[in-house]
Design a protein around this ligand. Sequence first.
Ligand code: ADP
Ligand code: MG
Length: 156
Amino acid sequence: MSYSLIMANLQETKELAYLLASLAKEKDVIVLTGDLGTGKTAFTQSFAEKLGITQRIKSPTYTIIREYQSGRLPLYHMDVYRLNGDTESLGLEEYFEGDGICMIEWGNLIEAELPQDHLEIILEKLPDSEETRRITFKDSGNRSQKLVKQLKNLRK
Ligand SMILES: Nc1ncnc2c1ncn2[C@@H]1O[C@H](COP(=O)(O)OP(=O)(O)O)[C@@H](O)[C@H]1O
Ligand SMILES: [Mg+2]
């Protein structure tokens, strides 16, 4: 199933991230797909805020992974853009099997390494305005399908 929404501005994207964070459970794997500047890190910041994480979420562009433990659940925030395929050194399995949530910017680049069931969020800029985004949720298994259904219900 895929579910698309149009966000008119950053505030709308934030509210969507809050909703998803209220639904998220341990071992959820969320992949953020979209060009530079579409809002992958911004989405993660609001998601983390709703989890109750108090630290500032910095883009893990160079560190690849940052862990945050101060919220309702641990958050493993990754940006695999600069990984160049070297996924072995990351020990991804431990994060996927850990007791937190994985939020992976550019996760589509490591598709083969991802658990089969993950939620993909595709962010696209639209020509309407600098702040308009199309955000599409795509499921790939039971858990991600449940998340998409719950999100849809909450948005009604
Ligand atoms: N509707 C929107 N949703 C998300 N971000 C938006 C929106 N409108 C404007 N922005 C801005 O776009 C930028 C997105 O940057 P960032 O989150 O770092 O992108 P990415 O991580 O995808 O490279 C931020 O400066 C954010 O404030
Ligand atoms: Mg980013």
